[in-house]
Design a protein. Structure first.
Lengths: 337, 281, 740
């Protein structure tokens, strides 16, 4: 057909050449999962590459996909904002270890003209807003919480993430723990059935909708809210204090659960007891197979436990792990083969 | 060669009777020519396809245009109803008068012109509709709404085209179900349905078998009492059979135009003689 | 409609006395040997032809195998959901929980949560239906109008570049459409702006036509991300398909038809609307159904702007039918939730939606064939039975009178409401003006015979008709230019030097997109390795041997495969990949084979396009050429390989290039497979990066610099697709130039 069959054969050979040629890729460490800690992971992996000359290919595609990828052995480690549920763990081909890497906070952001900062919200009001029960900013309950603020009488427009995400899981898990009506209704998950509200795709999408909609309220990673200079609210915690999300309040929340975490690493850290704790916090987990992990991956996460790495977390508004957790992780990593 | 010349003479003798009748009418009534062309030039871009053509088409006669391939006779025919307007980059000079009106003058309505000067094409081209709808298309275009009158028109034109008996029970069938000859007669009936004054025919039988050709030539004979017909044909015998006047075109020029009998028996120009005698073609 | 080279249906491998080919080269000095006996037969030739026929048959059967494979794989993966939900999956009623009606709740029920794991597909089916209808209502008139302009009215120097521009609209990857719609279209549509004031097209529609439930304002209107936005962007995406295919069909209407009509005294517009369209009717119906298939299967663009909310209209609440509500389509819920499921049950339910989508595609395809068969009236002996005539009349009646009546009814309803609200003054609002304008234009179509005004009236009508088709073509071109300029303006700044380097793991913010460029090239290469042989050899089978029953089914399967949405193909490939890795025990660490899977999915998309193009082109090769070769004693296989294919070569290359341009921009299948990588990796045993996925991933990233980079990648992708299309056109033009 062509000048000669030779041309075809050469073309095919070139094509196959791509396939068999060993590339840099093979010595990569592969991971995928949560978008929630993506900024700090990105910085860590860059630093690790500079320090250990091992490239880490991390896909921030979402906790669910990370879990799937691990299950299908497509990655060396998975990253998830939620620990594995019992059914998820059962469906794993091998036992899995959970290694919390950092703590983070989910900020409740809003778009209220005339209210640049300082909004206070309780979990009842928050659940009511996202259930559709509290429909206007002029609601008495909100007024009572914020006597000093001039809140415009706009209808409340809750905004959620449309893609299944760990941030949604953390937020809905908090609502489930703190509010019985929410627990009976939508519950907690990476995607839930939101009774009311608009959707945005990813943090960017949510931000875009928020910016366009006066009266809107939503939830994003603290790191993102700070980077985009979005106003966020103080939430009343279990102790009754109104706390703003920050590195300190997140650390406090995690410390509240330190004992529980020592018994069960999967303990959720939402709705913490302490008076300085921010209620919507979570640890984010690294998942690996206990009996068949890749040595490079183990080395990577050992490095992440070092003070050098953990020290970088605060500048990105993530909470470094308390020492007890670091020790716990190092012990766990030792058991991984 | 000899046999051919004899054959032509025989045909001319046969045709003379017919043409004489036509000549009588035209001489007797002293009617102005239906179409009068004077000093017409036609250009495709830079190429001159027709050069200083002057020709009169007389009423109620069949005028045949003959000549070898590429001589411009189809181009000339299409100029008579401004079908060449659809081809880009063409230009025409000179005058073409229909009943005294210059059809290329400013403000001439091409749509109205084409209603008066109809055209039958080389290959039958019925529309993808039923037979009835094909015929009714033209009258509907020009405003006929009444179903009864449309039925009348359909029947009348199909009868005129000698197709009525063949199709009267299957008017709703697709036109493509007909044979080639029938389709061509359908196209003729379609043209007749808009009641034109002149019917232009561009080699209407070249794609047909002899039987269909015969029937269409019969048709032309019947039609000429009511219409003026101009036919382009490759077939010299056909020109001799059907026409009263013949014009011979060669390489964009009209070499000779005269009564058919005289053209074939005593051509004035040597080129005409060579052509009708079959020395080139 | 050119002359088709139909090979005779009898077998080609008659026992010819085939002189072995090397004899043809023998020198003259060789003494004349005894003539070869006619009965000697030549088993080598027979074997060669047998092999040729059956090998090409095998390749052609790939389409049938793939269709079956997709159906079976998707069904198997849906079993969990089917046994969980049974028929309620398709029920129109949701689960009632207090005041709420739940259609889709992907969280399992537990101690606290009363109702969970609800999976009902009704909202998604509704969304797909609504958006597709909106898309067709806009794209069909504008597309056919533009096609009329391009084929009938435009001078050659204008028609060629404009056709090219409109075909470029078809080539723009859907993810670029999606982002453009999000940042450009939606803000101009939205009901209220950031300050709460009315703004945008939707608020105008609501003001003017608000009494009509379709344009009512609801609690969740306002952001501009709703059915209307999704329908509009779908219309823009479907428009070039309908325009390009219609234009090609209109061009095949023989000019003698036009001449016949004009010879009878028809005006330009009467010729076009009455005769040309009639000739092209069945083809245009086919084009419309093609557009419908595309609208149903479109994922990325719709996902960006549809608002992602499970909403179904409530019968007793008229405003719930509003187009200004956010919704979901089948494809967009897959794009949103498939990558990150809560549970295996949710994944199975999502796979069941993909399976439903696949079935819908089959139904639409079958409908298309039925309609084309009904409306075709080309050859003698065609369908003119009474029942089909009745059906045709019914369709015509519905289309013309039905749409006119519906429109009139709506305007009337709006007028009544306006008068109610504002008294007689309300009867002259914008809605009524628009309605009056449409009525006048329709009246212009009314025929008023018997008066002297009639002919000028027909002229006016002709003028209006031609002007409106010019408008359609101009509108389509303007839309494309808007899109191009916006994408280039936003993205060109990101294309600095650092962009064209490999990504640096130590500095991910520095740019560096070479991995995406290289990855896309590699994926395309793999797709070609799979798609070109299957497509070309299969196409050869169809054209040489395909006029039988197996040929019919192969073509049908190819058409189906062409219509399967790319996200469904992605889910199929992913499910297959997981299954294969398990079965073949390849899942013990090491390779994931996602690169190969990505190449496979893209290859599957190429097969039907290349197959059909090859078939058409090989058919066009004149019979005389084949006969010349066969008369010299060549086998059929030899003739095809050495004579027919080289003649058709440039056309086949064009087909391949166009198929490549299409798959280069596909995002959804790669996302479903999980084939994306942030590092320089060319080993297809693992995931590779690619341009369209990079656009998506970067856009989702919380880093501000990533957004700018994503537009830069969009520019590169659009340029790549453009270049492929241009090369393909140049190839075609050269072929025609040489032919002259």
């Amino acid at each position: 057909m062509f000048r000669s069959t030779k041309t075809i054969l050469i073309a095919a050979a070139l094509g196959c050449g791509f396939a068999v040629a060993p590339t840099v890729g093979f010595s990569q460490v592969r991971g995928s999962g949560a978008t929630f800690p993506a900024p700090i992971y990105s910085r860590w992996f860059a630093a690790y590459q500079a320090a250990a000359h091992v490239a880490v290919d991390y896909q921030a595609v979402g906790s669910g996909q990370g879990i799937n990828a691990l299950k299908n052995r497509q990655v060396d480690f998975g990253a998830s904002d939620a620990p594995l549920s019992p059914s998820e763990e059962a469906s794993m081909p091998e036992p899995v270890v959970h290694i919390p890497s950092v703590g983070g906070a989910v900020a409740v952001t809003y778009n209220l003209p005339g209210v640049p900062a300082g909004l206070k919200i309780t979990p009842e009001v928050l659940a009511g807003i996202f259930l559709g029960k509290v429909a206007n900013w002029s609601d008495a309950k909100i007024k009572a919480l914020n006597p000093g603020l001039r809140i415009p009488a706009l209808p409340i427009q809750p905004i959620h993430r449309t893609d299944g995400s760990g941030t949604t899981y953390i937020f809905t898990n908090y609502l489930k723990k703190a509010n019985g009506e929410w627990a009976a209704g939508p519950g907690a998950g990476k995607s839930v059935n939101w009774p009311v509200g608009l959707g945005g795709k990813g943090s960017q999408g949510v931000d875009a909708v928020l910016a366009r909609t006066p009266g809107a309220i939503s939830y994003v990673e603290l790191a993102y809210a700070v980077a985009q200079k979005l106003p966020y609210a103080a939430i009343r915690n279990k102790a009754g204090a109104f706390v703003m999300p920050s590195v300190e309040s997140t650390t406090a929340a995690i410390n509240d659960y330190a004992a529980a975490l020592a018994k069960d690493i999967k303990t959720p850290t939402v709705d913490a007891r302490g008076k300085d704790s921010y209620p919507i916090c979570s640890l984010t987990y690294i998942l690996m197979f206990r009996n068949s992990a890749r040595p490079d991956a183990v080395k990577l996460w050992n490095w992440a436990m070092t003070p050098a790495a953990q020290g970088q977390a605060a500048s990105l508004y993530y909470a470094p792990l308390p020492a007890s957790l670091v020790r716990l992780n190092q012990a766990t990593l030792k058991t991984v083969k | 060669m000899e046999t051919k010349k004899d054959q032509i003479v025989v045909n001319v003798v046969n045709a003379t009777n017919a043409s004489q009748m036509g000549t009588e009418i035209s001489d007797g009534a002293e009617h102005a020519p239906r179409i009068s062309v004077s000093h017409m030039n036609f250009f495709y871009g830079k190429f001159q396809a027709l050069n200083q053509i002057s020709l009169d088409v007389l009423r109620n006669q069949v005028t045949a245009l003959i000549g070898p391939s590429g001589c411009g006779k189809s181009t000339f025919l299409r100029s008579l109803n401004r079908m060449n307007d659809t081809i880009p980059n063409t230009r025409i000079e000179g005058k073409i008068l229909l009943d005294g009106e210059d059809i290329y003058a400013r403000g001439i309505d091409v749509v109205a012109l084409r209603k008066r000067v109809g055209m039958v094409f080389q290959r039958p081209n019925p529309f993808p509709m039923s037979i009835w709808e094909n015929i009714a298309y033209g009258p509907k275009l020009h405003g006929e709404r009444n179903k009864g009158r449309l039925n009348e028109i359909v029947e009348k034109t199909l009868r005129d085209a000698a197709l009525w008996d063949d199709v009267k029970d299957s008017l709703t069938k697709s036109a493509y179900d007909l044979s080639g000859g029938q389709q061509q007669r359908l196209c003729i009936a379609r043209v007749l349905a808009v009641d034109p004054e002149v019917v232009l025919m561009d080699e209407p039988c070249s794609a047909l078998d002899p039987n269909s050709t015969y029937r269409i030539e019969q048709l032309m004979d019947d039609m000429k009492s009511r219409y003026t017909i101009v036919i382009v044909t490759h077939n010299l015998q056909q020109a001799a059979r059907v026409s009263e006047r013949t014009a011979f075109f060669l390489r964009g020029e009209m070499v000779e135009c005269s009564d058919t009998s005289r053209m074939f028996a005593q051509p004035q120009d040597k080129r005409t003689e060579d052509y009708v005698q079959g020395r080139f073609g | 409609m050119g002359v088709r080279c139909k090979p005779a249906s009898h077998s080609w491998w008659i026992d010819l006395a085939v002189l072995p080919s090397n004899n043809l080269n023998s020198s003259d000095t060789k003494p004349k040997s005894a003539p070869v006996s006619l009965m000697s037969g030549n088993s080598k030739a027979r074997v060669a032809d047998w092999l040729f026929r059956n090998v090409t048959l095998l390749f052609a059967l790939s389409t049938v195998v793939l269709i079956f494979g997709i159906a079976v794989t998707l069904y198997e993966a849906s079993r969990m959901s089917i046994s969980h939900a049974h028929a309620s999956f398709y029920s129109l009623t949701g689960v009632h929980a207090g005041t709420q009606t739940i259609y889709w709740d992907p969280v399992a029920a537990d101690a606290d949560k009363l109702i969970g794991d609800v999976y009902r597909a009704a909202p998604f089916i509704y969304g797909t239906l609504v958006t597709s209808i909106i898309a067709l209502l806009i794209a069909v008139p504008v597309g056919v109008g533009a096609a009329i302009f391009l084929s009938e009215l435009a001078p050659v120097w204008l028609a060629t570049p404009l056709s090219f521009v409109i075909e470029m609209l078809a080539a723009v990857p859907s993810i670029v459409y999606g982002f453009w719609a999000l940042v450009f279209l939606v803000p101009r549509l939205q009901m209220t702006d950031a300050a709460g004031n009315p703004a945008g097209f939707e608020s105008w529609l609501n003001r003017v036509f608000g009494s009509i439930p379709l344009f009512a304002k609801t609690a969740d209107s306002g952001t501009g991300m709703d059915f209307m936005a999704a329908g509009l962007i779908l219309a823009l995406m479907v428009l070039p398909f309908i325009a390009a295919v219609s234009r090609d069909i209109l061009k095949t209407v023989p000019s003698t038809q036009r001449e016949a009509a004009m010879g009878l005294g028809a005006t330009r517009w009467e010729t076009i609307s009455g005769i040309v369209l009639k000739n092209a009717g069945s083809g245009i119906i086919g084009a419309v159904m093609l557009g419908l298939g595309r609208a149903i299967g479109e994922t990325m663009a719709v996902t960006m702007v549809i608002g992602s909310k499970y909403s179904l209209p409530i019968p007793h609440d008229a405003s719930s039918f509003s187009l200004f509500r956010p919704g979901y389509t089948m494809t967009s819920v897959l794009a949103d939730q498939y990558p990150n499921q809560n549970s295996d049950l949710q994944r199975s339910a999502l796979t069941q939606i993909a399976f439903t989508l696949f079935l819908v595609t089959m139904v639409v395809n079958g409908l298309a064939r039925l309609l084309v068969w009904l409306t075709a009236m080309k050859t003698g002996g065609s369908v003119t039975s009474r029942s089909s005539t009745h059906i045709k009349q019914a369709i015509n009646f519905l289309l013309q009178k039905g749409t006119a009546a519906a429109f009139a009814g709506l305007v009337l309803f709006q007028t009544v409401q306006d008068v109610h609200a504002r008294g007689m003054k309300g009867a002259f609002g914008q809605a009524q003006m628009i309605g009056a304008a449409v009525v006048i234009i329709w009246l212009i179509n009314l025929k008023t015979p018997g008066t002297r005004l009639f002919l000028p009236w027909r002229k006016i009508r002709s003028g209006v008709g031609t002007a409106s088709s010019v408008l359609c073509a101009v509108g389509a071109t303007a839309a494309l230019l808007l899109l191009f300029f916006y994408v280039f303006k936003t993205g060109i700044g990101a294309l600095n030097g650092a962009f064209f380097h490999r990504p640096d793991p130590a500095n991910p913010d520095a740019g560096g997109m070479m991995h995406a460029i290289a990855g896309t090239s590699e994926l395309i290469l793999m797709a070609c390795v799979m798609g070109v042989p299957l497509g070309v050899l299969g196409g050869i089978y169809l054209s040489e041997f395909g006029n039988n029953r197996s040929g019919f089914w192969i073509r049908y399967a190819a058409d189906l495969l062409n219509g399967v949405p790319s996200i469904v193909l992605g889910i199929f490939t992913y499910t297959l990949l997981i299954g294969l890795r398990k079965v073949l025990h390849l899942d013990s660490g090491g390779a994931t084979f996602q690169g190969y899977a990505g190449g496979f999915a893209l290859g599957v998309m190429m097969v039907p396009t290349v197959m059909r193009t090859t078939e058409e082109l090989v058919r066009l090769v004149p019979q005389g050429l084949r006969e010349g070769s066969l008369a010299l004693g060549a086998t059929h296989a030899h003739t095809v390989w050495h004579v027919v294919l080289p003649t058709a070569r440039s056309g086949i290359v064009t087909g391949v290039l166009l198929a490549v341009a299409r798959v280069a921009g596909e995002t959804a299948p790669l996302l479903m497979i999980g084939c994306n990588s942030q590092l320089w990796n060319l080993d297809p045993r693992n995931a590779v990066a690619s341009l369209p996925v990079q656009i998506y991933v970067l856009h989702d990233s919380p880093m501000p610099v990533a957004l700018h980079q994503s537009w830069g990648v969009a520019v590169v992708l659009v340029l790549v697709v453009l270049v492929f299309n241009i090369i393909a056109r140049v190839f075609t033009r050269n072929r025609f130039a040489a032919a002259k």
